[in-house]
Design a protein around this ligand. Structure first.
Ligand code: SF4
Length: 319
């Protein structure tokens, strides 16, 4: 039986703004099994990074109004700061879009990885930590030479490899990668993606990939959750999402990345912008951009409907 490593249950999260409280995540639920790769997809501002930071307990400006985040059955939202720090150090790691926001610019990268290992296991001797660091650098296809470099001496692609090495060194069970390739140029993106993909398999890690890029989702994800304006609007296995997208938003996004030759059927196009969370449309949040909108879509929020086993859609078209 499929068992969840991480289970996010009906999480509602808001921020304070000059317009009052703004709910950025509205009832999001999903789960990840061991060794599974999940894609949390959506345009910028849809709430996907807020979900990632909430899992990591790194979102001090956010107020979690409702919900649970269960990791191995333990609700992370109920842990003390110290307990959460331990989870972050040992069990769940996060790869950020810009490694420079995470790396210390005035410390050699080797020392930064060694420090992480010794913090995680204070009984580790410096030579042992150094040997483990070299081993991890080899895994991310870097040589021992980079141990002595400062972050500013490395290229964007090398920095992202260092970031991946730092996250892998404590041997976590789960990694959250938030737009890990967005800041890189196309050829390097592919190298980093292939690296993440092969490490996920060889290390048996569960991976939560947060991205707006449907191309990279197709490469590595098992299952996909589409987010729009704070809600999950569709979820299914990756094959179903690409072959039979049912929500007009998913279909529009996929239509916009397929080339003419790849068109299997007429998919709608996606026009317009994501709504302002301080002024959401009534009814279905997608209705101003939806070419299938009907009367009820303007008035009532759609229900989540299971149209096939393991395929759910938040849309009035299937009621
Ligand atoms: S509920 Fe209505 S407006 Fe929303 S996606 Fe479905 S058809 Fe479009």
């Amino acid at each position: 039986m499929r068992e969840s490593l991480l289970k996010v249950e009906n999480v509602k999260l808001s921020y304070s703004s000059e317009y009052g409280s703004v709910r950025a995540v509205d009832g999001v639920s999903f789960d990840i099994a061991e060794k599974e790769v999940i894609g949390l997809i959506g345009e910028s501002g849809c709430g996907k990074s807020s979900v990632a930071l909430a899992i990591m307990g790194l979102n001090p400006g956010a107020r979690i109004e409702e919900g649970k985040i269960l990791f191995q059955g333990k609700d992370l939202l109920k842990l003390s700061k110290k307990e959460m720090q331990k989870i972050r150090g040992n069990s769940i790691s996060m790869i950020f879009q810009d490694p420079m926001t995470y790396l210390n610019p005035v410390m050699r990268v080797g020392d930064q990885i060694i420090e992480i290992l010794i913090t995680q296991d204070p009984s580790l001797k410096k030579e042992e930590a150094r040997a483990r660091t070299i081993e991890t650098l080899t895994q991310v296809r870097l040589t021992e030479k980079v141990l002595d470099y400062y972050p500013f001496e490395l290229s964007g692609g090398m920095l992202q490899r260092i970031m991946i090495a730092m996250m892998l060194a404590p041997k976590p069970q789960m990694v959250i990668a938030d737009e890990p390739t967005t800041a890189l140029d196309v050829t390097i993106q592919l190298q980093i993606l292939n690296l993440l993909n092969s490490l996920q398999k060889s290390e048996g890690i569960s991976l939560l990939l947060i991205t707006h890029d449907l191309g990279i989702v197709a490469e590595i994800c098992d299952r996909v959750y589409m987010m729009y304006a704070g809600k999950i609007v569709e979820n299914a296995d990756v094959y179903t999402i690409y072959e039979r997208p049912k929500h007009p938003y998913t279909a529009g996004l996929i239509g916009s990345v397929l080339t003419i030759d790849e068109y299997k059927e007429e998919l709608p196009t996606l026009s317009g912008d994501v709504p302002d969370l301080t002024d959401l449309p009534s009814g279905c949040r997608f209705h101003p951009r939806c070419e299938y909108a009907k009367d009820i879509c303007y008035k009532e929020e759609p229900p989540l409907i299971e149209i096939d086993p393991g395929h759910q859609v938040l849309c009035w078209l299937y009621k």
